[in-house]
Design a protein around this ligand. Sequence first.
Ligand SMILES: [Zn+2]
Length: 282
Amino acid sequence: MFFLCVILSIILIVLWFVLYHMRSRSAIFLNKDEACEYFVAHHSLYINSLSKEERRIKGIDINGSCYDIGRKIISEFSIAEKKMIRNRLPPDQFDIPWFFIKVSINYENGYPHTINGAIVLSEGDVSSTVLRHERVHVLQKQYSEWFDSYYSNLYGVDRLSNIKIPSELKMRVRSNPDTPDLNYGLRVRSVSSTISHIIPLCLYEKDLIGVKSMSETIIVGYCIPTNQVYPIDAFKLWHDNGGPKEMKKAEHIHEWVAYNWEDGFPNLIYKKWKNYYKNNKV
Ligand SMILES: [Zn+2]
């Protein structure tokens, strides 16, 4: 009897393990038609917001509708690529399938990013770290309310309303599909300061007409309510209030957290998140 129980327990553990991994490895690769439809449905707003010059910088070399652009840049994953991605999927316990879209290497400089619930990749190797980073961006889009309160409580970053970023700054912002809302400001704790929040903005270094690559950028801190602008790497108030030193994290709170979580979801947060997630499944 004891022996039977042990065998049964082992079978159950193996079954759980297999099911757990099957669930976390459910990758769906959109074919070209599906991806184009998805692109138009979820990315038109973004594409239409790009200026002519920014389209050029982002490797969009046709004048046309969002659908035309999708047809030009979207391709399909090879069997080898699908296998590689499946093998790299980091296990997690979110009951959300992994959706993937493949685009050409010139589009968005080949940077992995997300469109709604789909991860967009171009050719080449992709690591589990990158996949988890993009997974965080998908979660940020689907559960923004949870993330807003998390940012406010743990990072001292508030989602601000009624902010009008001056147009001379806004026109130089490098658009990022993973950070559609710019109005997240790092709270300044000092009561004597006239500045209440600092909004980081990733700007092209010069007028867009002279910009050749998406990497020609500088991050500045735009101060609320004083409208002052400082380069963030030397901005003492930013650093004194916990703003990240690494420029890739400084760009936006979504990037800050995605980089912090890309090696694994923090356990304590993960438990809290799971409770929320159970009751608020999209
Ligand atoms: Zn990112």
